[in-house]
Design a protein around this ligand. Structure first.
Ligand code: PLP
Ligand code: COI
Length: 342
């Protein structure tokens, strides 16, 4: 697509073809050379382990054009570490952190013309993914893997950006098992969550809020994002073995402390929603999206969190500080951003 025709301020969170993707294959016990590709497709054996036995993991991270014109990649080292953890969790080959970082830099450089300009609210989303490509009929891990990163410019995940959205709890669905893969970023978790999300959307909600899969008493996570709420100047976020450790949540916890809030990471009972002053979902795609109402299908209770329908004061401050750091408007005191020379 010619750059002049891209409406940077009105991008949705969807795939747009860019110029290049980068790839690397693990074979004979080692990672090969980084390949630069224009092809958007993959040719693989029909018995590849990713197709039958779900050996697939992915990541999501963003690069931003800042107020100073510089390009910042947010917390790439954390995504690299999480991807290693996901790989180990389903017996795949962990990608060396340096290779992950080098390929992220390369894909941004190669697609520099797709980095949205500062002030548009959009960013360049990187999607690293790893798949088992060795033919397998018996259930055991592959010894050959393909690692790809593609880049695509995106706007907000939830329509409307920073404004309240409503979510729903449906007890008949889980996205992960108590001792399963919820902590890992594996494709199968997202397939498991689709029925709940579809039901939420059909009923006018933007996402499903999952409960802990063991007792169904505590909040877990919210669609493709973590959940946090605010009460008595405290940032409260669920502690659970079945949620993905969100890098955005980790960053917001630090920002909350920097802003003078207390931080409490603990099991959060559903009924506590009646007492919280603010709530939000957070993630790379969702950023920090304030929650207006939460409907619990099991009890037929609607928790009205944002009484006036507006984002709360703490959520707004947290969002602004996070965006400010990503866009170079606020000093990056924790060294979260990596500058990319493009
Ligand atoms: N939870 C789930 C299920 C996700 O898919 C994501 C997105 O990556 C998150 C939480 C948020 O994680 P992060 O902030 O690292 O993007
Ligand atoms: C992200 O926030 O980067 C994600 O991976 C969420 C995605 C599943 C939409």
């Amino acid at each position: 697509m010619a750059n002049e025709t891209i409406d940077w301020s009105n991008l949705s969170f969807s795939y747009m073809k860019t110029d290049y993707n980068v790839r690397c294959t693990f074979r004979d016990g080692k990672w090969g050379e980084i390949e630069v590709c224009t092809d958007e497709t993959i040719t693989m054996h029909m018995a590849a382990s990713c197709l039958h036995y779900g050996q697939e993991i992915f990541e999501g991270l963003k690069a931003f054009r800042g107020v100073d014109g510089k390009v910042r990649l947010f917390r790439v080292d954390e995504n690299a570490k999480r991807m290693q953890n996901s790989a180990k969790g389903i017996m795949m080959e962990p990608i060396p952190v340096e290779l992950f970082e080098e390929m992220c830099k390369k894909v941004i450089e190669l697609n520099a013309r797709f980095i949205p300009p500062y002030g548009t609210g959009s960013s360049l989303y990187l999607r690293p993914l790893e798949i088992g490509i060795e033919p397998r009929v018996g259930v055991n891990p592959a010894t050959e893997y393909l690692f790809i990163i593609f880049a695509t410019p995106v706007g907000p995940y939830f329509k409307g950006g920073f404004q309240t959205t409503n979510v729903a709890i449906y007890r008949e669905f889980d996205r992960a098992a108590p001792l399963g893969t919820g902590r890992l970023k594996v494709g199968g978790n997202y397939a498991c969550g689709m029925r709940a999300t579809a039901k939420a959307k059909a009923n006018g909600y933007s996402a499903a809020l999952f409960l802990d899969p063991k007792e169904k008493k505590y909040l877990d996570e919210c669609g493709p994002a973590n959940f946090f709420c605010v009460k008595d100047d405290t940032y409260i976020t669920p502690k659970s073995g079945s949620i993905l450790p969100s890098i955005t949540n980790m960053s917001l916890q630090q920002i909350a402390r920097d802003l003078g809030m207390k931080v409490d990471c603990r099991p959060v009972p559903v009924e506590e929603l009646a007492e919280v002053e603010e709530a939000a979902e957070c993630g790379t795609a969702a950023v920090c999206t304030p929650i207006g109402k939460i409907y619990d299908d099991g009890t037929d209770i609607t928790y009205v969190i944002a009484k006036d329908g507006q984002p709360g004061p703490w959520t707004t401050k947290l969002y602004n500080r996070l965006r400010g750091i990503q866009l170079g408007e606020v000093e990056d005191t924790h060294n979260w951003c990596t500058f990319i020379d493009v």
